[in-house]
Ligand binder design. Structure first.
Ligand code: 1GP
Length: 249
């Protein structure tokens, strides 16, 4: 159900505020003391929510533990599922996603059918999201059997976004892939904002404040960083501050 987390996002994005979500992969966040420290640092820097998920190796117990730890920070914790193993009853919401450019029917409808009764039992809010993966050389592209979108074809991205909106989705997540060589092209959020009212989430390969700022100026409403938070939390904090400065200009 669309509920409190959607309202939290919508009310702020609606005023032009740019948001930042910190992505934690439970497969990598095995040191809980470090997770406490890093998550606190991200909250101090101004992150707006935590995403929890990843493509590989996450056990149900790890997902529960990471979500419970992050809940202490007082911000929404949203599952960003690679599969049903990432679901946790302790989360506030889940990105209920369809992988728009997959060749694999499992990710188009089957996983949603498998997950829906579990999500209902857990009482998680669902954020209806079209997930579009841009590059090929990433774990998410391989696992998701992605048919990549060419970087020089923003008109294709606009068509995907329009179709997603016509199907009733509220969010589109433009994904370069975790640890990607470069973020998605700036033209992609730009065309989506020209053609739809979708809330645009952008992630993958964002490793410096300038890239994050350019993406928000191009129309991204929410920036996600994961790898940099693990590798260099201070730089992660500077990225968040750059995003927040875009809002105040
Ligand atoms: C991956 O978009 C997220 O799904 C974050 O990517 O790890 O490269 O920040 P990074």
């Amino acid at each position: 159900m669309v509920g409190r987390v959607h309202e939290y996002i919508k009310s702020r994005v609606g005023t032009g505020e740019k948001l930042h979500f910190t992505l934690i992969d439970p497969d990598k966040a095995t040191d809980l003391v470090k997770l406490e420290e890093v998550s606190e640092k991200m909250v101090e820097a101004g992150t707006d929510a935590f995403l929890v998920g990843g493509s590989l190796g996450i056990t149900h117990e790890e997902a529960d533990l990471v979500v419970s730890t992050l809940k202490k920070r007082g911000l929404p914790v949203v599952i960003f599922p690679g599969n049903i193993n990432c679901l946790s009853r302790y989360a506030d919401a889940v990105l209920f996603m369809v992988l728009l450019n997959t060749l694999e029917p499992y990710y188009l409808m089957q996983i949603q059918v498998i997950a829906a009764p579990i999500i209902a039992k857990y009482g998680l809010e669902t954020l209806p999201t079209g997930y579009l993966v841009v590059d090929q050389d990433t774990a998410v592209a391989h696992v998701g059997r992605v048919y990549p979108v060419p970087r020089n074809k923003p008109e294709l991205v606009a068509a995907y976004a329009l179709a997603a909106e016509m199907m009733g989705l509220k969010y589109i997540y433009l994904e370069a892939g975790s640890g990607a060589q470069q973020p998605i092209p700036l033209e992609f959020p730009r065309v989506i904002k020209q053609h739809t009212g979708l809330t645009v989430i952008v992630g993958g390969g964002i490793r410096d404040p300038d890239s994050a700022r350019k993406l928000t100026e191009a129309g991204a409403d929410i920036i996600v960083t994961g790898t940099i938070v693990e590798k260099d939390p201070d730089l992660g904090a500077r990225i968040i501050k750059a995003i927040k400065e875009t809002t105040s200009q």
